[in-house]
Write a new protein. Sequence first.
Length: 174
Amino acid sequence: MTDPAVLTEMVAHHHIRHCLAAVARGEDRRDADILRGCFWADASVDFGIFAGSFDAYLDWVVPGADSIPCTLHTLGQSLIQLRGQAATAETHVTAYHRIDFGEAEHDVLLVGRYLDTLEARDGVWRIARRTMLYDWTRDLGVAVDWSQGLMGMPFLRGLPVGRARGDRSEIFFG
């Protein structure tokens, strides 16, 4: 029979990973409700270019800057260390941002790590503190308009792509 402590740890890891993935989706979709479900109300964040309370972070991320019409946060491995009802997690992230610099939109990549302190309160895991560490960034130059198709081929059904809101994933997840 499996040790109940091992099962408890596995379940905690699952809930923490789900929380981390939901934050990425909440930021990309600029969805305040998703983000509220991932951070404690008394949480703090520090992105180097922004630091503050959860409420200030929410005001910063939702609705997001008009000059950044879309983002895509792709998470890599997470190292999670449990300490009872608290945990620390380091998660690698590659973040794509389309940024309007006025004269042209650029595709920009940021690569780094989230350092999260999470807490379980009443059995629910959420982030209490997040710090972003940047490992490198690259401006890929003027963005290509791929909204009508890819590699010279048009989209068959007029798929709306490259948007923070109004894409098919909102319909898919309801």
